[in-house]
Design a protein around this ligand. Structure first.
Ligand code: NAP
Length: 271
């Protein structure tokens, strides 16, 4: 698999692709695939150095206009920024990717940290989807991707609030997929399972995984989502995750699912 696959999305939606949390991980993979597809890019992240370096790299590799928009998505002024971006650029594709994942017992995480997670995972997603998506709807073309999580399908111990915020993104994308069908604007929620990025490494989650939790690379997650956009409302990118998610969220009683998840996370954390 390469990031040079012609996805035909730039031909379908036109303009710039705005990717949040673009500096690293899954967001960076989205940016690379979209640059290869011919999109000019708006790379939104709070990490200035990495974002600027990525914009330079992708501009020269693909001869596109890639700009870094350094900002904190939890900033209450995001609405004004988003409106400026929409006024300044025709945004054909929006990837709501940035997210905070806090792994710990619910009450050991401060309320402030939970609220910041809510602001980034839900409020920023709502603000961007509303402001950027409304301009797409007026033009009659565009694509909106919301990066949810497999944990959003069932809830998760130790990721209680994170999983709840991911359920928000999942349901927002599903409603929009249905409501906007036939309008030229597509929506998709992508629900990755465990993916090898910095937070997973920092949380020490990638080791000693049970057989039913595969670990994904960020590039196939992003590519899978871009291929699925316009074809279906949701995607769990990896086959192994689709099987586990089907079993855990549709077959087993919820209390069994949550017990299995609790034991798995405790084992992965060495507890
Ligand atoms: N990795 C997984 O296993 C997995 C599984 C399911 C879903 N997901 C979802 O996939 C998405 C990407 O995750 P990832 O693992 O690729 O994470 P990552 O490697 O940490 O990348 C996320 C990027 O978003 C940026 N960001 C975070 N908060 C921000 C804010 N307030 N304003 C602007 N930028 C901000 C981060 O910058 P800083 O690091 O400087 O804060 C980072 O560059 C998230 O929504 C996550 O919930 C991940």
């Amino acid at each position: 698999m390469t990031d040079s696959e012609n996805l035909g999305l730039h031909a379908r939606y036109g303009g710039y692709a705005l990717v949040t949390g673009a500096a690293r991980g899954i967001g960076r993979a989205f940016a690379s695939h979209l640059a290869a597809d011919g999109f000019d890019l708006l790379l939104v992240d709070c990490d200035g150095e990495e974002t600027i370096a990525l914009a330079e790299e992708l501009s020269s590799a693909h001869r596109i206009d890639a700009r870094s928009l350094i900002c904190d998505l939890a900033d209450p002024g995001l609405e004004h920024k988003a409106q400026e971006w929409v006024n300044g650029f025709e945004i054909g594709l929006l990837v709501n990717n940035a997210g905070i994942s806090l792994l710990d017992p619910f009450f050991q995480i401060s309320l402030d940290a939970h609220l910041r997670t809510l602001d980034v995972n839900c409020r920023a997603t709502l603000v961007l989807t509303y402001i950027v998506g409304k301009a797409m709807a007026a033009r009659g073309r565009g694509g909106i991707v919301i990066v949810s999580s497999a944990s959003g399908l069932s809830g998760s111990p130790y990721f209680c609030h994170y999983a709840a915020t991911k359920g928000y993104g999942l349901n927002l994308a599903c409603g929009l997929w249905s409501e906007l069908r036939g309008s030229g604007v597509d929506a998709l929620a992508v629900c990755p399972g465990m993916t090898d990025t910095q937070p997973v490494q920092d949380q020490n989650l990638g080791k000693d995984l049970p057989f039913y939790i595969p670990i994904n690379g960020p590039a196939p997650v992003a590519l899978g989502a871009l291929r699925a956009l316009g074809k279906q409302p949701t995607l769990i990118p990896a086959l192994g995750d689709r099987v586990s998610a089907g079993l855990l969220s549709k077959v087993l009683p919820r209390r069994w699912t949550l017990s299995i998840m609790k034991r798995s996370i405790e084992k992965m954390r060495g507890g």
